[in-house]
Design a protein. Sequence first.
Length: 284
Amino acid sequence: MRLANVAGRAALVVDDGIVDVAVASRGALPSDLQLLYERWDEVRALAERVTKAAAPLDVGVLQAPVPSPRQVFAIGMNYAAHAAEAGLENPTFPPTFTKFPTCLTGPDATVELPSEFVDWEVELVVVIGQLAYDVAIGDGWRHVAGFTVGQDLSERIVQTRPPAPQFSLGKSFPGFGPIGPWVVTPDELADPDDLALGCTVNGEEVQKSRTSDLIFGVDALVHHLSSIAPLLPGDLIFTGTPSGVGATRTPPRFLAPGDELVSTIDGVGTIHTRLVERSASHGR
């Protein structure tokens, strides 16, 4: 099943078309996507009854498929090669920060650059579909609604500002959390633990890896995070980025006005992010 945000309304994506959830359920289910994650079993049941699209899909009107999560968890250094390029050892517990929900945007977004030190980080994003608290290893998948493609855009100066790093603030400027194009359930994928992902800047490949290289996979992340905080339906987990970020290159490379960032995860989808100069009205 694929669930999309079509101009603010929840829709099932069927082949190359869509079915409005509220219409198809005859009002039994709401059009508000965020509310649907609280009723995930009902959404799945509706999807099983839908066999053909009711309208064509216009990708130009797609918005963030999880528009207002209560919690956004983000994991650092979760690919061994990324930890190595940063000169760090593999962690024994997932390094965790947040991206404040106001940074989220959709799959075809224009994002203003607050400085010349903004970096790219393609990520598999997990969407929680069932309350998870103190979940045992091996039970994590039961609490997952699906996946979406994400970018953990990062302003590296704010992120590492002394005396104490500000990871959450450095990664939460407006538009710094592009996600989409929809949420895909794990049963749509041949192996949800082994997905190819990568991104390009102006057509040049800058990241390429597979989620099988995650230090903490999806099941382990649900286990570890839920050992401390309840994970709520509709919450997001940015699972970490592979090697190839700009800050660790020699010399460092960052995004500039006019750049186009294309992020892809096989079986999940592709998102496009255009970077522009920050407008004068948004000065610091």
